[in-house]
Write a new protein. Structure first.
Length: 556
């Protein structure tokens, strides 16, 4: 039987993972570093310039002059003329004659300067024990040039090894994660290739793409072993966020094959974590993941964000905490994994739980905030809200909101079930996304003190409901953005695979059929109406009481 990764003493206490994601670094995401995607014809010909406040700019970098450097815009998958959406489009922007080398130089500058050793030192000082590092599937050159894949490889692996050396010196453990997949496993920009439809089909319905992903696992694991960094690389993620419409059978087979590959190269001691298809309860079937000889030291990984649904963004402070303490079905760490499912009282001795992504953001949708940011860069050469500040009252709520999530994700009431978390993200460009920025949160005092590794956070913060009772119920701090009121009332979730973490425009909710709500359905209709009235009143209160709409200025 493999030992549990986190067990440390005879009292059955655990060394909790308190980590952070190095997102936007080796897998670039536009909302994390919008300036890196604001490509001009100057960049395309190798005449590089940087923007005011650009977080990955080298020292003494020349500034862009938007009257001399013309924006490199193109049609994207949504039919819009825009800067590159993702790494796929970023690669396309540098595909012209003699531009490929310039694309490599531009991205290598980002890899070299976005993450600094000082960042890791600050994270360690704050109490962080682990860093989760998103890696693209093309990091070692797995690019299908015959089919015109535009991925820019660059020197990512060199900078990953540099970071591992820093982590060894500083005392941080590194958990890389294969964040992308050929064909895109979800249609999100974080897969490297954003699609107009959110689906796993581009990957899971193509056996060749699944095999390429398995090949990548072997390539990366072998490279880790050759580099002699297995002392610092102590965990490995097989694939980030495959969408909920993946074939469950094919995905489970991929997980089994992936585990076998990683174990065969890196041994039994490395922790393996696996995404939950946004539906952790599906893995709690009384059979999967229970055998400790096969699934020891493995973790089912969930990502929880209280931001992507309109009804959540308008909640009051205590309502936000309530939602964390009493999450919706499908949004709970306790959805998996138990020996005695569905009674769920005995945690599995095989696969256990981890939450590898979550944040302090609660009232502004990141994709919508990004639209006027990119427009401002195009029109004025500068992103808005670079120096945005937040009020003491908002900071106080953020502290409690984060404390409540940490307590919830460590599930102190069920010892041995959950082993910790990774905050998203370590830092962000500018002030528009302050609530996502752990390093800024530590600097500004709103990210709470982190408990020692062997101490449950509940001992430091109190229970989730105790945190709720300490939360000031002032609506002034809620600045819901955008309002985006739908033309009709949206009713219950369409099916089990839907989740509050999805985009508003994905039509997760369906309009209520008033003909269907007749007869014995009247009670359901009354409940829906009551919810509608409640949300309407809450929205009125938010709009009436808010003193400062922090994202209003980027509308202009």
């Amino acid at each position: 039987m493999r030992p549990l990764l986190s067990k440390i003493n005879k009292n059955d206490e655990y060394k909790f993972i308190r980590g952070v994601n190095l997102g936007g670094w080796l897998v670039m995401e536009r909302y994390i570093t919008p300036y890196s995607f604001s490509i001009t014809d100057c960049h395309q010909r190798g005449d590089f310039c940087w923007y005011p406040g650009q977080i990955d700019a080298p020292p003494n970098a020349p500034l862009c002059n938007i009257t001399e450097c013309q924006a490199a815009l193109s049609k994207n998958v949504f039919g819009a003329t825009d800067y590159p959406l993702d790494e796929w489009h970023l690669g396309l922007a540098f595909q012209g004659s003699n531009q490929t080398q310039h694309g490599e130089q531009w991205l290598n500058s980002h890899f070299a300067h976005f993450l600094q050793k000082s960042d890791l030192i600050a994270l360690k000082k704050a109490g962080i024990s682990h860093v989760r590092v998103p890696l693209p599937h093309w990091i070692l050159g797995n690019v299908d040039y015959d089919n015109d894949e535009p991925w820019i490889v660059g020197d990512r692996w060199k900078y990953f090894l540099r970071m591992c050396g820093w982590a060894r010196e500083i005392g941080l453990e590194v958990w890389p994660n294969i964040h992308t997949a050929p064909g895109s496993q979800n249609g999100f920009d974080n897969s490297g290739q954003q699609n107009s439809v959110k689906t796993c089909g581009g990957w899971s319905d193509n056996p060749h793409n699944i095999q390429r992903s398995l090949n990548v696992l072997l390539e990366v694991a072998a490279a880790i072993k050759r580099a002699n960094i297995t002392d610092v690389v102590t965990g490995f993620g097989l694939l980030n966020e495959p969408f909920g419409d993946c074939s469950r059978d094919r995905y489970k087979q991929f997980l089994q094959d992936g585990m076998n590959i990683i174990r065969s190269v890196l041994g039994d001691d490395i922790g393996i974590y696996m995404s939950d298809l946004f539906q952790a309860h599906l893995f709690n079937d009384g059979t999967w993941g229970l055998d400790p000889d096969t699934f020891g030291n493995t973790y089912l990984d969930s990502h929880y964000y209280n931001i992507f649904a309109q009804a959540v963004r308008v909640m009051s402070p205590q309502e936000h905490i309530d939602l964390v303490c009493h999450p919706h079905d499908g949004e709970d760490v306790t959805d998996c994994c138990f020996e005695d499912a569905p009674h769920n009282t005995i945690p599995s001795q095989g696969t256990q739980r981890i939450v590898a992504e979550w944040s302090g953001a609660f009232d502004a949708m990141p994709g919508e905030v990004l639209k006027p940011i990119m427009k401002s860069i195009y029109e004025y050469g500068v992103a808005p809200l670079l120096n945005r500040t937040i009020t003491p009252e908002r900071k106080s709520f953020l502290t409690k909101f984060i404390q409540a999530q940490i307590v919830s994700y460590e599930t102190a009431a069920i010892p041995g079930l959950a082993h910790g978390w990774f905050y998203w993200n370590f830092k962000m460009e500018g002030g528009a996304y302050l609530e996502w920025d752990l390093l800024k949160g530590v600097e500004q005092g709103w990210f709470p003190e982190i408990a020692p590794p062997n101490v449950p956070s509940e001992r430091l913060y109190g229970t989730c409901m105790e945190i709720r009772e300490r939360t000031n119920e002032t609506q002034d701090i809620v600045h819901a953005y955008p309002w985006g009121d739908p033309a009709y009332w949206r009713g219950p979730l369409v099916n089990e695979s839907d989740s509050l973490r999805g985009d508003d425009d994905l039509q997760q909710y369906q309009p209520i059929n008033h003909h269907y709500l007749s007869g014995i359905k009247n009670q359901v209709a009354m409940i829906a109406l009551a919810i509608l009235v409640f949300i309407g009143v809450r929205r009125y209160q938010v709009r009436k009481n808010s003193k400062k709409w922090q994202y209003a200025e980027i509308q202009s």
